[in-house]
Design a protein around this ligand. Structure first.
Ligand SMILES: C[S@@+](CC[C@H](N)C(=O)[O-])C[C@H]1O[C@@H](n2cnc3c(N)ncnc32)[C@H](O)[C@@H]1O
Length: 250
């Protein structure tokens, strides 16, 4: 165990760290190698709830989310939507890929931050959901040409999108495919673009090594793959069910 109570090997063993010589403080997350930081400085559930409420989010997005919660499982939280808006705005994003159109809530949040001419390419296996999402965007005044929906299975569609052509890739699809989504995002993003993975702490199951259901295991593998690829600078944000943002390096 290292001095700050972390079990397992350090990121210094990863290809990225040995290339850059940077001494990272994050650690491998596979198996039991999960951070066991002393509890004193960590946020409690009240503080985390406040962070979820203290968000900049247009009323249209808040309302769309409230409506969607009634019909769709696992709608991303207000905090996650605000983070998407924030990142899209910081990047002045002109080209964004989303896996999991769903009810269109996260799409609206992305549009609220993107460049006014930016195009969102949104993939979902359920074409009906996409019709609703398109209507939602139209009602919010988003020009139809800016919302490119593709009905299909993400792992069939993503390989057809162009290399290094996107500012932001947001993953909110099938949890069991997250590792493959990460690999695709690494190819799709331009240098300086950002990968955002939703639900990476998956119902509080990922951090506890005793949980070994499929989704949890795959989520750990996806988090590990972001480190192992060696071309991302990641940040795990405790909003919603856990949000990983990772900048694509050269
Ligand atoms: C949690 S919902 C997305 C919520 C959405 N971002 C929103 O704001 O409402 C997950 C979506 O992923 C879609 N999905 C699941 N597996 C998929 C796959 N393999 N390829 C494409 N879409 C998939 C589902 O149809 C569903 O609409």
């Amino acid at each position: 165990m290292s001095e700050n109570g972390v079990l397992g090997e350090t990121l210094l063993d990863s290809p990225r760290a040995s290339r850059t010589g940077i001494s990272h403080s994050c650690r491998r997350i596979r198996g039991v190698n999960v951070r066991k930081t002393g509890a004193a400085n960590l946020l409690d559930s009240e503080s985390l709830a406040l962070a979820e409420d203290y968000v900049y989010l247009p009323d249209t997005v808040r309302q769309a989310r409230e409506d969607a919660v009634l019909t769709i499982r696992e709608v991303p939280s207000n905090g996650v939507c605000a983070a998407l808006l924030f990142l899209a705005k910081a990047l002045d994003a002109k080209a964004v890929v989303e896996v999991g159109t769903g009810a269109g809530v996260t799409g609206l949040a992305l549009f609220a931050g993107m460049n006014p001419a930016g195009i969102l390419t949104s993939i979902d296996s359920e074409a009906d959901w996409q019709l609703e999402a398109k209507q939602l965007a139209a009602d919010a005044g988003i020009a139809a040409r800016r919302f490119r929906t593709i009905a299909g299975v993400a792992l069939d569609v993503l390989p057809k999108l162009s290399d290094a052509a996107y500012d932001l890739v947001f993953i909110n699809g099938d949890k069991l495919e997250y590792v493959e989504y990460v690999a695709q995002a690494s190819r799709l993003l331009r240098t300086g673009g950002i990968l955002v993975l939703n639900d990476v702490l998956w119902h509080n199951l990922v951090a506890n090594p005793r949980n070994d259901d499929d989704e949890t295991m795959i989520m750990r593998e996806a988090l590990q793959s972001v480190l192992d690829l060696g071309d991302f600078t990641p940040l795990l944000i405790p909003l919603g069910s856990g949000l990983l943002a990772a900048i694509k390096d050269e």
